[in-house]
Design a protein around this ligand. Structure first.
Ligand code: DGT
Ligand code: MG
Ligand code: MG
Ligand code: MG
Ligand code: MG
Length: 283
């Protein structure tokens, strides 16, 4: 069939393939959530409903996109990690980012009423921006994840101290800010403990560590040989083992796995050693 005379415009579309063989992180972030959190009276410094809603939306995204290996969320942001071998959408950056952003936003709005039953959403509705970054090595990827979790810790310690000074100490925001300026982590811990009897270590893990979303396979003991066998691969016909490709097994395993949200340390080696499939050469 003859092309229309208009079809040449397609040539204006620029390719935006992400580099092959690199880890892809798509990070989304709530637009203007400072204002949004005020409008909906989010509790300070942390609103459990808002975080649970973020986590539910992230779980939905991971369910719809089995290529995502792991996700990590704090505040109004979420990072979704694609394995370096991921071939989804031919690794087109805009297609990956826009799919994640719109799927996440759709679920955030759809699930809002389950988490905020008393406060219906009204315009302007929540929206999110997104970007894709690639990391060439496992070390770079882990440093990225560690960066986000350290950010979570630093912000949460500061915010916990800041709001304790205001809500319990009765000081105004300016004085609280002044008191905390230049303070070290130990100083903030001390203010919380000596002035407000708050032991920061006992604060909820979700606030201190953020939220890790992953597929829940059986944990492997650190240092143990990695042998993840799909039971179907052990099936036999007349005593002859049916060979299934590892890839098929992996796909099945991924689709079957329950997606869980955990509030754990992702900076130390232990998290990754116990879940070798996350960073293995085969996703
Ligand atoms: P942006 O991202 O440049 O469009 O602007 P914002 O306002 O979203 O700024 P951002 O993303 O740097 O900071 C997130 C804001 O969301 C921050 O002002 C605190 C607010 N927020 C997030 N989670 C909570 C929460 O659980 N409780 C409260 N009160 N505020 C929250
Ligand atoms: Mg921002
Ligand atoms: Mg934001
Ligand atoms: Mg943010
Ligand atoms: Mg289409």
């Amino acid at each position: 069939m003859a092309n229309s005379k208009y079809e040449y415009v397609k040539a204006f579309e620029q390719p935006d393939l992400l580099l092959p063989n690199t880890w892809i992180v798509v990070r989304i972030d709530g637009r203007g959530f400072h204002k949004f959190s005020t409008k909906y009276n989010f509790e300070k410094p942390n609103d459990r409903r808002a975080l649970d809603l973020m986590n539910a939306a992230a779980k939905a995204v991971m369910t719809e996109l089995p290529d995502i290996v792991i996700a990590y969320g704090i505040s109004d942001e979420y990072s979704f990690v694609f394995h370096k071998s991921c071939a989804l959408f031919e690794r087109r950056s805009s297609k990956l980012v826009t799919t994640i952003v719109s799927t996440f936003t759709a679920y955030y709005v759809h699930l809002w009423a389950s988490f905020f039953p008393e406060t219906p959403l009204s315009a302007p509705l929540p929206s999110f921006d997104g970007r894709a970054v690639h990391y060439p090595s496992v070390q770079n990827l882990r440093d990225y994840m560690s960066w986000r979790q350290v950010d979570c810790h630093i912000n949460n310690l500061y915010n916990t101290a800041f709001w304790a000074l205001i809500q319990i100490g009765g000081v105004d925001a300016k004085s609280a800010e002044k008191e905390l300026s230049g303070s070290l982590a130990a100083d903030k811990n001390e203010i919380l403990f000596s002035r407000f009897k708050i032991n920061y270590n006992n604060e909820p893990e979700i606030y201190k560590k953020g939220s890790v979303v992953l597929r829940d396979y059986e944990l492997v003991e650190p240092g143990a040989a990695q042998e993840l066998i799909d039971e179907d691969s052990l099936k036999t016909v007349d005593g002859v083992a049916l060979s299934k490709t590892q890839e098929e097994n992996d796909k099945k395993r991924r689709a079957k796995a329950r997606i869980t949200v955990q509030h754990v340390d992702i900076i130390k080696d232990e998290f990754w050693e116990r879940r070798p499939w996350l960073l293995s050469n085969k996703p």
